[in-house]
Ligand binder design. Sequence first.
Ligand code: GLN
Length: 303
Amino acid sequence: MDLQALLDDLAAESALFAAQGRVADYIPALAAVDPARFGIALATMEGRLLGSGDWQAPFSIQSVSKAFSLALVLARDGEALWRRVGREPSGNPFNSLVQLEYEKGIPRNPFINAGALVLVDRLLSLAGDALGTLRAFLREESGNPEVDVDGEVAASEAAHGHRNAALAHFMASCGNLENPVEVVLDHYFRQCALAMSCADLARAALFLANHGLRADGSRLLTRSESKRINAVMLTCGTYDAAGDFAYRVGLPGKSGVGGGILAVLPERGVLCVWSPALDAHGNSIAGVEALDRFTTRTGWSVF
Ligand code: GLN
């Protein structure tokens, strides 16, 4: 199979779909991104790295970061994490407040914002500097020492982060945060504002396709933990559209409102696609479409 030709075709076909979506504007710094950008990268287990379009351009990874923070927390905390956060699809928007109150401050899963705030809180308790730990990991796994926070995006998100602040304060009122709300929010906003390319992200996530083994051959996760993260990505990684994503793409995936989506091809590699125009659930329209076409044409899904 000519994978390069396939990625080039997917990039060429993307424009039509991007035009149907809208760039996230509730974080003002993200609204300035050109909706016509499109990149796709494939990192394979054999060490190949292919891409098309803007696959080497850094973008705001936003909630794609949550797949990595789950891995870092699970590696340190094991099953204890699940006392503080669930692992069921939310069926509600990623920033919903109402479900959190019904469920007494225990977020439905680690990928909605409330759950990701719990991950940041745990990583602060376990590792000290949550953002620094995550950034160091992403630099090592991607092989790109330049991976860093976009300060403008982080400041913009902090200035408009009332919903995330509400979620964090509510969880604190339920006793489900160990660190001060302001510290948790600061690390969370900077984590979401990390800028990486499709190439960086695809390479950085290879451990999820490789049963938990890192780029240097050391083990981050047991086979079972790696399986569990992939399972939570499949069922919760694209929020209240996770069922549709599984139906169309058939891979564990994690999206972000910067327009990036990471998809794991177990034992084969990792795909990352970027197109900033989003659907109503906050997932990249052209990104989901490209992943749908990729698995349809290659047959490389988990089903
Ligand atoms: N930083 C964003 C927020 O907290 C992340 C949301 C997302 O990417 N789905 O709203």
